[in-house]
Design a protein around this ligand. Structure first.
Ligand SMILES: *Cc1c(COP(=O)(O)O)cnc(C)c1O
Ligand SMILES: [Zn+2]
Length: 443
């Protein structure tokens, strides 16, 4: 059986149809974003039960390339990429765990966390990057002139791009905002041999610059305006449902910045329903940092208006974006999923993350934004006590050890650090240590 996908204009321009093997980012008619559209009739060549058993049968396999969480869904992701061109480091297949204690503290019995940061470069950006770099590798092998791949990034995209390009021996260039990303995020592309430009501007500034540059030289653009990545990112939705034995949860909460992921998640749920693997859709919550909340502002206004904003500094640095490229497709996806948008202040996101950590997690600040949204929506009754809720944890907490350490030291400027648990400095003296233990452990 053969499966096909192609680009179409997201705004539906008739005739705006392009092969995936073409270097193109926007519709030639209207300049709008492109969407990867699958031949659904072709995919219907297998019934729902067959797809489920194909996907279930690939779990944990070492048969190339199906051991990857993304490529185990290859026919639904990028069916036209040759298996030999795929650049994969076994991304995805991340754990989905029952957050029993944290859920209990919030008065809910069915809370789950999907740990998408437990993957190759420590963030869920790997899922999309394996798709994009594989497509680029496929095109290069067919003689398309792509001397390098580049992106502007708030840290995680560049780490993923650098790693996947290094694996395929493709030159990578990354544009980063100076002093606005974590040490771990900076060292990753350096270690993987990317050309790293540290620029005295914010993410939105880096984005404008790289778009200007790629219009003059043939560097392939890997930002999330590039719809290939979303095909990999959408597998989060499929994986969650598969992990629940093909049952759809009631709510899925994801932090949002450039908003490609809230769209991609929705796309995954819609595709499963369309092909009969599921019958309903979850409600989706997009959680934004108060300091970078253009989607939240539009939502408060019933999506009647939208205005880009100047994003303020947020510790959730990967979502410090004031002019999200995927705003319109995110809104469309939220509307299809009876969606909610919530926001979190700096105190709320760091405190929520620390509270969850006290129950055994180790959350990044973006996951903290999602958890703060969960706390609010549970407290105001939007999310019911028995509703099955999945929080998408987008990066590994260890990537943000600097921010988290500063929180526990109580040195984050302007923050209360309510849950700080600072280390106790002591002389190596048994009596003093005993006194302290008796006091602190109430012995
Ligand atoms: C990219 C990213 C997000 C947000 O995804 P968008 O598609 O930009 O909305 C959230 N968390 C982390 C850790 C990220 O790297
Ligand atoms: Zn168009």
């Amino acid at each position: 059986m053969s499966f096909k996908a192609r680009y179409e204009c997201f705004n539906g321009c008739p005739g705006a149809v392009y092969p995936l093997d073409e270097v193109i980012y926007r519709c030639r008619e209207c300049g709008g974003l492109l969407d990867v559209v699958h031949d659904m009739d072709g995919l219907r060549g297998h019934d729902a039960a067959t797809w489920k058993s194909i996907f279930d049968g690939r779990r944990g396999t070492t048969t190339w390339p199906y051991g990857s969480g993304v490529w185990s869904k290859k026919e639904w992701v990028l069916p036209g990429v040759d298996a030999e061109a795929i650049v994969s480091m076994c991304e995805g297949n991340t754990n989905l765990f029952w957050a029993e204690r944290f859920g209990r503290e919030l008065g809910m019995s069915d809370l789950w966390v999907k740990l998408c940061g437990n993957t190759h470069t420590g963030s869920f950006k790997d899922l999309g990057m394996t798709a994009l770099v594989s497509q680029v590798n496929h095109m290069r092998r067919r003689g398309v002139n792509i001397p390098a791949v580049g992106c502007a990034s708030t840290g995680d995209t560049s780490a993923a791009l650098a790693a996947y390009c290094a694996a395929a021996d493709i030159p990578a260039v990354v544009f980063l905002p100076a002093d606005r990303i974590s040490l771990a995020q900076l060292v990753q592309p350096l270690a993987n041999g990317a050309l790293v430009l540290s620029l005295d501007t914010d993410f939105d500034g880096c984005m404008k610059l790289i778009q200007d540059v790629v219009s003059r030289i043939p560097i392939y653009l890997a930002n999330s305006m590039n719809s290939l990545r979303l095909e990999g990112q959408k597998t989060v939705a499929i994986e969650i449902v598969q992990q629940f034995d093909w049952e759809v949860p009631d709510w899925v909460i994801v932090p949002g910045g450039n908003l490609g992921n809230v769209y991609a998640l929705g796309k995954g749920f819609l595709m499963m329903r369309e092909l009969g693997l599921t019958r309903r859709l979850p409600r989706i919550v997009c959680a934004q940092a108060h300091n970078a909340n253009p989607l939240y502002r539009a939502y408060r206004d019933g999506f009647a208006t939208y205005a880009p904003m100047q994003a303020e500094q947020t510790l959730a640095s990967a979502i410090q974006i004031g002019d999200p490229v995927s705003i319109h497709r995110a809104i469309r996806s939220l509307q299809a999923h009876d969606g909610v948008v919530e926001e979190a202040t700096e105190d709320e996101l760091m405190d929520a993350s620390a509270r969850a950590d006290r129950t055994g997690m180790f959350c990044c600040p973006h996951t903290g934004v999602a958890l703060a949204a969960l706390i609010k929506l549970r407290a105001n009754g939007t999310i019911g006590p028995k509703e099955r809720t999945v929080v998408v944890s987008t990066a590994h907490g260890l990537k943000f050890a600097d921010t988290k350490s500063a929180y526990h030291a109580g040195t984050l400027e302007g923050l209360a650090c309510n849950q700080a648990n600072p280390p106790v400095a002591m002389p190596p003296d048994a009596d003093r240590v005993l006194d302290l233990l008796q006091e602190r452990l109430k012995l």
